[in-house]
Design a binder for this molecule. Sequence first.
Ligand SMILES: [Ca+2]
Ligand SMILES: [Ca+2]
Length: 240
Amino acid sequence: MRPCVYLCAALLIITSAAAWSAPTYSWELTASFADLSRQPSSNDVIQGKNVTNGGAVIESGGFHWAFPDQADAKYLTDGIYGANVHSVLHDYAFPSLKIRYEFDPTPVWEILSFGGNPDKNGRVFQNVDVEVKVAGDWFEIIHEATTGPYYVHNGGRWEASLIRIYDDSGGMLLDGLPIEGVRLTYWSPDNTQDWFLPRTEPNAICASIIKEIDVVVPEPATVIGLLIGVGGVLARRRNK
Ligand SMILES: [Ca+2]
Ligand SMILES: [Ca+2]
């Protein structure tokens, strides 16, 4: 069996086996960055990728024109929260940022989007769609992930936000199917008056501040176990 046939068979088997599990997301708004359940990683699979080094592609929108040093997206993958203005997405752009990362195929635990602003205003909220690339094709796995309900006023309560995309089975995203890219599409959350508005509201023009995007992968030993598991399933199928 050629490698591409193996992959197609694995896709079919895993997809059918995972009929009762699916990608989902959770959201957090906290008084400080330290209160979030996750912290930015410096060893995830997109760490250090940016436009300058060819690891990131901006497909639409971008960053606030007042901060040209943010334009190559380097502060989204530097492993830290960074300065207060790292990184202000593009106000008055729809979407405010659409960005793509590609990498060698790997199982993925979770995808994390950290937002925040010490001014504790509407730029802390997030509204994002998430796609993944599998076997050469892109699939949207989460549409309109938000940091909670709309028409909410921050009013100095929350400095930090987190959207976490994971599998509701508690295992790997897509049951460990190798993922080779992620695309995040952000929409402005705020009307400049510190109100979280849906993307369909024409006044939602004030963009999020996104501190980091992490694509968290399992330890190498776990990857080997997953591959053995996929191989075992294929072997059993062939023996039938
Ligand atoms: Ca990182
Ligand atoms: Ca960062």
